[in-house]
Ligand binder design. Structure first.
Ligand code: B12
Ligand code: SF4
Length: 489
C-alpha cells in the first residue's frame, strides 16, 4: 500500500421520497471521518447532495481512492449508497468500501451485496482510523474492533467496540474539506453530547448509543463552535442540557472566548422546568430556538411512552420558553390509532397552551429497534420500503383509511400556518418566524402529497410473496435481529 492511502469520504444523496422540511447542513460525520485520518491519509470529501452522478464517476476516475467511506444517515440512503458504491466498484475495482451509521449498525445484514466490504458497527472515532492504518500497513481488518467484514454473502464480526459513558473529545474538525459546498449550508453544525440517559419507547437514539450518555469536553465544544464560519449553529445532539453543569460549562467556555453566535438545540421539558437558569444563560449567549419533545397530550400517554415527564412539565416548559423569548419547536407524535377525535384533541391542546410552532411526526418504528421488531412481527407495518422510513410518513397500519389519515395530518400543518392561528399566537411568534414556517410548509406539501399518493398505491398493491425476493433481509419474515450489549435494557 502507498505511504498515504487515498480516502474518499462521501455523504450520499437522499432517497427520492425524502421531502426537506429542514434546510441542508454540512455533512458532519463525513467531516469528522476525514479529520480523523487526514494526518496519515490523503482525504477528499464528496457530497452527493450537491453533485451529479457524472461528478461522482469523474472523482473516482481522477482520485483513484484506496478506501471509500460512506455515511448512511437514514434508512432510505441504503439504496442511494448502494448505487454509488456499485459504480465505485466498477470504476475502482480494487478500492475497499466502508459504511457506517444507524441502519448499518443495527441491521448489517441489509448490506450483503459485493459493493459493501466493511461496516463500522457503532462509533467510528477509533474504528475508522484503525481501518485506514490497517489498509496502509497491510494488516488484517480482523484485528480492528467494531467491524463487520463481508466474506462472500455473509459478514463476520470482529470483537465488539466498547462504548461507555463518560467524556469524549474530537479532533479539530477540518472544514476545508467542505469548503466548496459552503454556500449550501444554512448553518454550522456540531454535537456536544452523544446518547441519552432516558429510554423512551419510540426512540432509537438511546438504543443505538447502547444506553450510554457521553459528554463532549466543554473546551473542545467551544473551540469547535468558535472555528465555525457560520453565525448560526445547530447543536444536533439528542439531549444537550441534561447534565446542567456541563451545559453551563459550555456556555462559560463560549463566553470566555467571546464567541457570538446563534444556537438551535434539543431539550426535554423536565430539564427546562428543573433548570430554567441554564436556558436563561444560554439565551444570553445566543440560544434562539429549541426542539422539544412534547409527544402527546396526556399523562397516561407520556407514561405509555416511558417519557419520564409530565403534562404539567410540558405546559410549564412552554411558559418558561415563551417568557425567555426562545422559540419552541414543540414536537408531537402522530400515532397510527389516530382518528378525527385524536387529531382534534391535539389541535385543541396546541391552541389552549399557545404552542406557536408545533411539529407533527408520524410514529416511525426505526429499523432495527425493539419497536420495529414488534411492529413487524405483529404485521403492523403497512409498507415494506425503507425509503419511507424517515419520520415524514406513516409507515404503520392506521385506524383511519390511509388517505383519510393523511388528510387530517396535512390539515394539522395547514391549521398551524393559518393567519387566524398566527393572530392567536402572535405574542409568541415573530412575523419572520411565521413567514418562514409558511414557506417551509407550503414548499413541502406538493412533493409530499405526490409521495403519499405513491405510498398508498404501493401499499394497496402490496403482497409479501410478490416482493419478498427483492426485500432487504431485515424486512423478510423470520429475520433474526442481532442485539449488542445494553441495546435492549
Ligand atoms: C444531526 C442529525 C441530522 C442533521 C444532519 C446534519 C448532517 N448533514 O450531518 C439534519 C438536521 C439535517 C438531519 C436531518 C434528517 N435526519 Co437526522 N439526525 C441527526 C442526529 C440528531 C445526529 C446525527 C449525527 O450527526 N450525530 C453525530 C455523529 C458523530 O454520530 P453518529 O451519527 O452516531 O455517527 C457515529 C457512528 O454511527 C459512526 N458512523 C456514522 N457514519 C459512519 C460512516 C463510516 C464510514 C464510519 C466508519 C463510521 C460512521 O461514526 C460516528 C462517530 O462515532 C441523528 C440522531 C442521532 N443521535 O444519531 C438524527 C437521525 C440520524 N436523523 C434521522 C432522520 C430520520 C433525519 C431526517 C430524514 C428527518 C426529516 N424527516 O427530515 C432528515 C434527513 C437527513 C438526511 N437524509 O441527510 C434519523 C434516522 C433514522 C433512521 N435510521 O433512518 C435519526 C437517527 C434521528 C431519529 N430520531 O431517529 N439529521
Ligand atoms: S429523551 Fe429524547 S433522546 Fe432521550 S430517549 Fe427520550 S426521545 Fe430519545
Amino acid at each position: 500500500m502507498t505511504a498515504k492511502p487515498r480516502v474518499l469520504v462521501t455523504y450520499p444523496n437522499f432517497h427520492k421520497s425524502f421531502v426537506p422540511f429542514l434546510p441542508f447542513y454540512e455533512p458532519l460525520v463525513a467531516i469528522l471521518l476525514g479529520s480523523l485520518v487526514k494526518d496519515f491519509a490523503e482525504v477528499r470529501l464528496f457530497d452527493r447532495r450537491y453533485e451529479s452522478a457524472r461528478a461522482w464517476r469523474k472523482t473516482l476516475e481522477q482520485f483513484k481512492p484506496d478506501l471509500i467511506a460512506a455515511r448512511i444517515h437514514t434508512s432510505g440512503e441504503i439504496f442511494t449508497t448502494r448505487m454509488m458504491l456499485q459504480e465505485a466498484k466498477r470504476i475502482c475495482p480494487k478500492a475497499i468500501t466502508i459504511i457506517g451509521g444507524q441502519h448499518p449498525t443495527l441491521l448489517p445484514d441489509d448490506f450483503t451485496q459485493p459493493c459493501f466490504d466493511l461496516i463500522c458497527i457503532g462509533p467510528g472515532e477509533e474504528t475508522f482510523p484503525e481501518v485506514v492504518k490497517a489498509l496502509r500497513d497491510n494488516t488484517p481488518f480482523e484485528q480492528v474492533k467494531g467491524l463487520a467484514i463481508r466474506k462472500g454473502n455473509e459478514f463476520i464480526f470482529t470483537q465488539e467496540r466498547p462504548l461507555v459513558s463518560g467524556t469524549f473529545r474530537w479532533p479539530v474538525l477540518d472544514r476545508t474539506l467542505t469548503a466548496r459546498y459552503r454556500k449550501h449550508f444554512h448553518a454550522g453544525i456540531t454535537i456536544t453530547t452523544h446518547g441519552c440517559p432516558h429510554r423512551c419507547t419510540f426512540c432509537s437514539l438511546w438504543f443505538t448509543a447502547r444506553g450510554t450518555y457521553r459528554l463532549r469536553d466543554a473546551q473542545d465544544v467551544a473551540d469547535d463552535i468558535a472555528s465555525l464560519p457560520q453565525r448560526r449553529v445547530y447543536i444536533a445532539d439528542d439531549n444537550t442540557f441534561h447534565d446542567h453543569i456541563h451545559a453551563l460549562e459550555m456556555a462559560d467556555a463560549l463566553t470566555q472566548r467571546g464567541v457570538k453566535k446563534q444556537y438551535g438545540a434539543y431539550a426535554r421539558t423536565d430539564t427546562i422546568v428543573e433548570h430554567p437558569e441554564v436556558f436563561q444563560h444560554w439565551k444570553k449567549i445566543g440560544l434562539y430556538y429549541l426542539v422539544v419533545g412534547f409527544e402527546v397530550v396526556s399523562d397516561e400517554g407520556l407514561d405509555g411512552l416511558n417519557k419520564r415527564t409530565t403534562l404539567e412539565n410540558n405546559v410549564k416548559a412552554m411558559e418558561i420558553l415563551n417568557k425567555l423569548g426562545i422559540d419552541c419547536f414543540a414536537h408531537f407524535i402522530i400515532f397510527p390509532h389516530f382518528k378525527q377525535k385524536e387529531f382534534k384533541e391535539l389541535w385543541e391542546f396546541i391552541k389552549k397552551y399557545k404552542i406557536a410552532q408545533p411539529y407533527f411526526v408520524p410514529l416511525t418504528p426505526t429499523p432495527g429497534t425493539i419497536l420495529f421488531k414488534e411492529m413487524k412481527e405483529k404485521k403492523q407495518l403497512s409498507i415494506y420500503n425503507y425509503g419511507f422510513f424517515n419520520l415524514e410518513y406513516m409507515v404503520c397500519k392506521t385506524a383511519l383509511p390511509k388517505w383519510r389519515f393523511y388528510v387530517e395530518y396535512v390539515l394539522l400543518w395547514l391549521k398551524s400556518i393559518s393567519p387566524l392561528n398566527y393572530l392567536r399566537m402572535r405574542k409568541h411568534m415573530s412575523c419572520k418566524a411565521y413567514l418562514w414556517r409558511i414557506a417551509v410548509v407550503l414548499r413541502a406539501i406538493p412533493p409530499y402529497v405526490m409521495n403519499v399518493a405513491q405510498q398508498i398505491i404501493e401499499e394497496n398493491n402490496f403482497t409479501y410473496d410478490g416482493v419478498k425476493d427483492t426485500l432487504p433481509p431485515s424486512l423478510k419474515d423470520g429475520y433474526q435481529f442481532r442485539y449488542l450489549k445494553n441495546e435492549t435494557e
